[in-house]
Design a protein. Structure first.
Length: 289
């Protein structure tokens, strides 16, 4: 097992720091992948010996968890994991496990205290660009784009990275929030330009459940109508009596309403709904101020 830990850690460790070296990874299809991202290197390693592979997988989990929690520092975490594993194997030679754990926890406390002592707040766009450039493996263009994005949306803004279809890196600023999805029925279209449904200053009803009964949305419709505001309904789905009633009122009396199917399901959907809710709350507070 320890040999597996060493094999993975050796491959990942050479990528450490701004002067780290790149690694070439053979792929089952296409050309080899060249990277100096620690977690990418760790994920690519799969050893034939099952005992060595167990050790490698343990360190892979460390790299993956670090990447999910912090988004960086996977190489450092891998190197530390190897040292911890080696200390742990001393138990088989008669070392006291309690003392080993106590020493690790003591070192952890000292390390955290020293890191806090050496750290400094990153505030200016130049500092943000510098940190982003390091995380982007020295790519200044990417660092500048990230800095510009944070400057425009603020520290609490949402930044999404997607694969592009062009040769250039682009920054797109969207006021509000954009997601994959649209109206559940073409009868909600209110403009022939691009077949869209457009509302200004609309009320929004969020639901993590499917809406089939019209009675469940009557209160929201009454509130929107009383304030002469359009209503946007975002739910897991809208069908049955609820959908037919909305469409009928849209066509007959010009009811300003649209039903939209929320993207994703399960935990991802709940996360999206929480994000929308936080955006709506922030906007309401800003308007009151």
């Amino acid at each position: 097992m320890l040999q597996g830990v060493d094999l993975l850690a050796d491959a990942v460790a050479i990528t450490m720091g701004p002067k780290g070296r790149t690694v070439i990874i053979e792929q089952s299809w296409g050309s080899p992948k060249v990277t100096k991202d620690g977690v990418t290197v760790a994920k690519s390693i799969d050893l034939k010996n099952k005992y060595k592979n167990i050790g490698a997988k343990l360190v892979q989990d460390v790299a993956n968890n670090t990447n999910e929690e912090a988004g960086d520092g996977t190489t450092t975490a891998t190197v530390l994991a190897r040292s911890i594993a080696k200390e742990g194997f001393e138990i088989s030679k008669g070392a006291n496990p309690v003392e080993i754990r106590r020493g690790m926890m003591s070192a952890l406390d000292a390390l955290i205290a020293e890191l806090k002592k050496q750290s400094k707040p990153v505030t200016t766009p130049e500092e943000i660009a510098h940190v982003a450039t390091i995380s982007a493996n020295g790519d200044k263009e990417i660092g500048t784009i990230i800095s510009d994005a944070m400057k425009k949306v603020g520290r609490k803004g949402v930044i999404t990275v997607k694969d592009g279809k062009t040769l250039n890196d682009e920054l797109e600023i969207i006021e509000g929030m954009k997601f994959d999805g649209g109206y559940v029925s073409p009868y909600f279209i209110n403009t022939m330009k691009g077949q869209k449904c457009e509302f200004q200053d609309a009320y929004i009803l969020l639901s993590k459940k499917k809406i089939s009964s019209v009675q469940s949305i009557v209160p929201a419709l009454e509130i929107a109508n009383a304030h002469r505001k359009p209503l946007v309904i975002i739910a897991e789905d809208v069908d049955g009596e609820a959908l037919s009633t909305l469409v009928l009122n849209r066509l007959k009396v010009g009811l300003q309403v649209v039903a939209v199917k929320a993207p994703g399901f399960g935990d991802k959907e709940r996360t999206s709904l929480k994000t929308w809710l936080s955006l709506l709350v922030v906007q309401c507070l800003e308007k009151k101020d």
